[in-house]
Design a protein around this ligand. Structure first.
Ligand code: KG4
Ligand code: ZN
Length: 360
């Protein structure tokens, strides 16, 4: 089955084609074109919704054409269209939804609405990324039950996935998302937007957690997060410093990363243990961070070793999956893949953008 996916929930415009194989549950990436208006927002320090949507109107047709061309397919080969219906910016979502409706109507193809957050989880089910997955045992496709952590600019959510189509939200941030905390702290440090990748770059050569910022809710026995207090703590620290030199910025970057990652890794593993997860899946822009990827790999390996049962000698209990970096941030391949595994088409007249869509 060939699915054409469309993703326009924030500043990216993306169209992808995937081939899903029902027999062996395998998803092959045929093309995945992503264009972003990020540079146009860099000066303002955040996404300007009006600008994002205007650019998406310009990009969507060329991106669609390029994705088709790269896949070497014709409209006859396509079985269905999948589109992100939310959550996201309303103007941006509408560009994708209206385009998908038009394709569905004109080409007479079924249309499948996809929740963007579920899409992030499904980036882990794309086969082409096998060699860049940090697989601890040899399973190529995540096994259930799985715990998924979505860490992006807008979300920090922990999800229990019992099977395809059956997800349970376990907890999430009470205020700022992890990526949002990186971006806000980046701004305090005079770093360009978005702050996350710059903080990672600056923290790379630091070895010591000099500032030891608070780890919000690390001891709570729920699966909630809170990162706005961390931003306030960093703000206080910065205002007390006379000269914000490069070394200080690097040290604060490192300590910020430590504080955020310690909390999200601990809570994710807590959920994995509680629900006897066979897999842990990461998704969202922050999952592109090398330190976070390495830390998860290390901690899961440790935990799996501790949990090793003599009866299953040699077999590790939890597999860790993280998409290749370009599939961590927003893209249409993950949307098409989510639609393949959760194939529920509806009449095109019923498809609606829903900016506030969340989990069931
Ligand atoms: O998933 P995404 O592309 O868009 C949303 O749906 O929000 O995530 C963007 C977020 C931004 O907050 C950005 O700072 C963060 O992901 N991010 C990172 C890294 N790359 C992107 N955070 C930490 N380290 C990175 N390498
Ligand atoms: Zn996203």
């Amino acid at each position: 089955m060939i699915i054409l996916g469309i993703e326009t929930s924030c500043d990216e415009t993306s169209v992808a084609l995937i081939r899903g194989n029902k027999k062996n549950e395998n998803v092959q990436l045929l093309s995945n074109i992503i264009v972003s208006s990020l540079l146009l927002h860099a000066k303002s320090g955040g996404i300007i919704p009006e600008i994002a949507a205007r650019e998406q109107i310009k990009y969507i047709i060329p991106v669609f054409e390029k994705a088709l061309e790269e896949s070497k397919l014709q409209k006859e080969n396509i079985d269905a269209v999948a589109v992100t219906v939310g959550p996201g910016l309303i103007g941006s979502l509408l560009v994708g939804v209206e385009t998908a409706k038009t394709i569905s109507y004109v080409w007479k193809k079924p249309i499948i609405p996809v929740n963007h957050l579920i899409g992030h989880i499904y980036a882990n089910f794309i086969s082409k990324i096998n060699n860049s997955k940090l697989i601890i045992n040899n399973s190529a496709v995540p096994e259930f039950p799985a715990i998924a952590l979505i860490v992006s600019g807008g979300h920090t959510d922990l999800i229990l996935m019992e099977r395809h189509g059956r997800t349970k939200w376990l907890g999430g941030t009470r205020d700022d998302a992890a990526g949002e905390a990186f971006d806000k702290i980046g701004r305090l440090l005079n770093l360009p937007y978005p702050g996350g990748p710059h903080i990672e770059r600056l923290a790379k050569d630091i070895k010591k957690d000099l500032y030891s910022f608070p780890r919000p809710l690390i001891e709570s026995d729920d699966f909630d997060f809170s990162f706005s207090g961390l931003k306030t703590a960093v703000f206080r620290e910065i205002t007390a410093i006379k000269n914000l030199g490069n070394k200080t910025i690097a040290n604060i970057s490192y300590s910020t990363q430590e504080a955020i990652f310690e909390v999200i890794v601990k809570k994710t593993l807590m959920a994995a243990q509680k629900y006897n997860a066979k897999s842990v899946l990461l998704g969202g822009g922050v999952a592109a961070n090398n330190e976070l990827r390495a830390r998860f790999e290390f901690e899961i390996r440790n935990l799996s070793t501790q949990m090793r049962d003599p009866a299953t000698a040699g077999k590790l209990e939890i597999s860790f999956f993280v998409p290749e970096k370009r599939l961590c941030t927003d893209n249409a391949a993950m949307i098409a893949t989510a639609a393949f595994y959760n194939y529920k088409s509806i009449p095109w007249q019923q498809i609606e953008a829903n900016p506030a869509l969340y989990f069931d």
